[in-house]
Design a protein around this ligand. Structure first.
Ligand code: PMP
Length: 430
């Protein structure tokens, strides 16, 4: 059955035809995924793409990494979910995370990143007895109400409350303050006004949900200082940066240690995982009596197949030059794309970190979300749509980042740079 027919069937029984709002991408047409391995996926009509979208980030090793797949298959033969007690693998993974991630003294597993950030904020409120949460414009922390606002906001919504969904109680939105990323002054001012009421500050240390804004050290240091002074809980949401940029996350790179850390995505290379770790006195609120005082549960938490995937991912990240490879290719891509766009005379800012890259079409640097409003969205999206004609998949949605994996090769990068010149040239000619 071809993809047009399958997509029609999907739309009849699945709202919008896809299982995540972010998979509904205008201009892609019918897309039914049939197979994925290494750096590539193939659709139902047999078209193959070199994949830089990478499912929003998990497959750092590439799709269906053979070692991860073998570990999952082995787990399937050994133990499935029992819903009581703990497995040896869960203990091993928790020990590894506490060794690797500076803030993590104890850790709990969830099935998604959203659950991890949800529980981070809940335990922060439980510990402090306070109401307010601070987040930053451009950061995404999952789909739950407290953080479902001000991610990619239109210019006229920046500075106000910009919920990403209907159905959120106004009093929940009222309890979240939104500040500009990289503004230490805004942080100091918010603490001066509301410090005694702030339970938590949650931040993507590198806001990759709008491509890439690199954090200024002074900003991260100010978060740490103000939270410490006010007795608020600092949460680094390292769902994207964890393992991808460093096994210890951005906190290991920056030397700034939060109170709580959320992880997900790359730590299990594509299997459904999240983790919440941090200071033992905070994490202990989940354990002092069964189910409380902060309640934490989840039927699938620590699923043996997922934990096996995470351990296999970690083994490979430790034993093979994965970071060296993806950082080198990422740098080649960023430098190469900047040259391509400059030789075409188009204003661009090609940025990112390590394995992550993003091509904004704008002048000048980007410090804050406001700067990204200068990006030419139609060029950003049009360029990526034209890359599809060359067998390259970067998600054609404004401000989305791209990822390179251990399975990508130098030949893939050569191909990307050649295709980029053709795609950008054709888009400029329209
Ligand atoms: N935090 C960050 C920084 C994320 O990028 C995401 C997912 N894009 C989440 C949390 C939510 O994770 P999940 O989709 O697994 O619920």
């Amino acid at each position: 059955m071809n993809q047009r027919v399958l997509s029609e069937r999907a739309r009849r029984v699945i709202p919008g035809g896809v299982n995540s709002g972010q998979r509904n991408v205008p201009g892609l047409g019918d897309l039914v995924i049939a197979q994925a391995s290494g750096a590539r996926f193939r659709d139902r009509d047999g078209r193959e793409y070199v994949d830089y979208h990478a499912a929003f980030g998990p497959p750092l090793l590439g799709h269906n990494d053979p070692d991860v797949s073998a570990a999952v298959a082995e787990a399937g033969r050994t133990v499935d979910l029992c819903g009581v007690g703990v497995t040896e693998d869960e203990v091993e993974l928790a020990e590894a995370l506490t060794e690797l991630v500076p803030s993590v003294e104890q850790v709990l597993l969830t099935s998604t990143g959203s659950e991890a950030t949800f529980h981070a904020l809940r335990v922060a409120r439980a510990a402090t007895g306070r109401r307010l949460v601070v987040k930053f414009q451009g950061c995404y922390h999952g789909w739950h109400d407290a953080v479902s606002l001000n991610v990619i906001s239109a210019p006229d919504r920046v500075g106000g409350k910009d919920p990403i969904s209907a159905g959120i109680l106004p009093e929940v939105l009222d309890a979240t303050l939104v500040l500009p990323f990289n503004s230490a002054d805004a942080v100091r001012q918010a603490f001066a006004e509301h410090g005694a009421d702030i339970a938590a500050v949650i931040v993507e240390p590198v806001p990759h949900n709008v491509g890439c804004l690199l954090p200024e050290q002074e900003f991260l240091r100010t978060l740490r200082e103000e939270c410490t002074r006010a007795g608020s809980v600092l949460v680094f949401d390292e769902v994207i940066t964890g393992f991808r940029h460093h096994l210890g996350g951005w906190q290991a790179i920056s030397g700034i240690t939060p109170d709580l850390t959320t992880l997900g995505k790359a730590i299990a290379n594509g299997y459904p995982v999240g983790a919440l770790g941090g200071r033992a006195d905070l994490m202990d609120l989940f354990s002092s009596r069964p189910g409380g005082p902060a309640f934490f549960a989840g039927t699938y938490n620590g699923h043996p197949a997922v934990v096996a995937a995470a351990l296999a991912t970690l083994r490979k990240l430790r034993s093979e030059p994965v970071h060296e490879h993806v950082f080198r290719l990422g740098e080649r891509i960023r430098t190469g794309l900047a040259e391509v766009f400059s030789s075409l005379g188009v204003a661009s800012l090609v940025t990112g970190y390590g394995s992550v890259f993003v091509e904004y079409f704008m002048d000048g640097p980007a410090r804050t979300y406001d700067d990204l409003l200068r990006n030419d969205a139609s060029m950003f999206i049009g360029y990526r749509r034209r890359l599809l004609d060359h067998g390259i998949f970067e998600l054609p949605l404004n401000l989305k980042r791209s990822h390179v994996s251990y399975a990508h090769t130098d030949a893939d990068v050569d191909h990307l740079l050649e295709a980029a010149a053709l795609a950008a040239g054709a888009q400029l000619a329209t």
